[in-house]
Ligand binder design. Structure first.
Ligand SMILES: Nc1c(C(=O)O)ncn1[C@@H]1O[C@H](COP(=O)(O)O)[C@@H](O)[C@H]1O
Length: 164
């Protein structure tokens, strides 16, 4: 099936984090592709990726990067597709650098910034699916089911004061 979401990351080392975005898209049965592309290390490839994304059928791009995380912003500068940015937790600054690099975009170039790390990656997959669901009734139903399952899991948990 043609990919609707493009997951890109600055390095293969980002995959353990970005896998959570892919897992969510798998759960919601959204077709996606995964590529390592870097604004710093492969700038020509990034521009080609971003410029061709819409014509290749992608609807949303998720960009994960750590440190000086310019990837989502530079991608957003070259496409009309919505770009979601995931700040990957960096070794030196725990991802605060990644978060600020992604969130503090100049006006006129938009990136939707998620939380640092695994939860942000998971939510990027969910948010990408929710964007697609605005024009997909079956996907809307799968997201509703996901939300219901999540609620049921919480409600079925025992009293937190009781020891296992
Ligand atoms: N932030 C960026 C960009 C970019 O923004 O284009 N390209 C690579 N990186 C980041 O460098 C970190 C270390 O990469 P290595 O583990 O390959 O040294 C990764 O988190 C990657 O996202």
């Amino acid at each position: 099936m043609t990919a609707l979401v493009g997951i890109i990351m600055g390095s293969k080392s980002d995959w353990p984090t970005m896998k959570h975005a892919a897992d969510m898209l798998d759960l919601l049965e959204v077709p996606y592709e995964v590529n390592v592309v870097s604004a710093h290390r492969t700038p020509d490839l990034l521009f080609e990726y971003a410029k061709s994304a819409q014509s290749r059928g992608l609807k949303v791009i998720i960009g994960g990067a750590g440190g000086a995380a310019h990837l989502p912003g530079m991608c957003a500068s070259q496409t009309v597709l919505p770009v979601l940015g995931v700040p990957v937790k960096s070794r030196a600054l725990n991802g605060i650098d990644s978060l600020l690099s992604i969130a503090q975009m100049p006006g006129g170039v938009a990136v939707g910034t998620l939380a640092i790390g695994d939860a942000g990656a998971k939510n990027s997959g969910l948010l990408a699916a929710q964007i697609l669901a605005t024009s997909d009734a079956e996907l809307t139903q799968r997201i509703l089911q996901f939300q219901q399952n999540q609620t049921n899991t919480i409600l079925s948990q025992p009293d937190p004061r009781v020891e296992d």
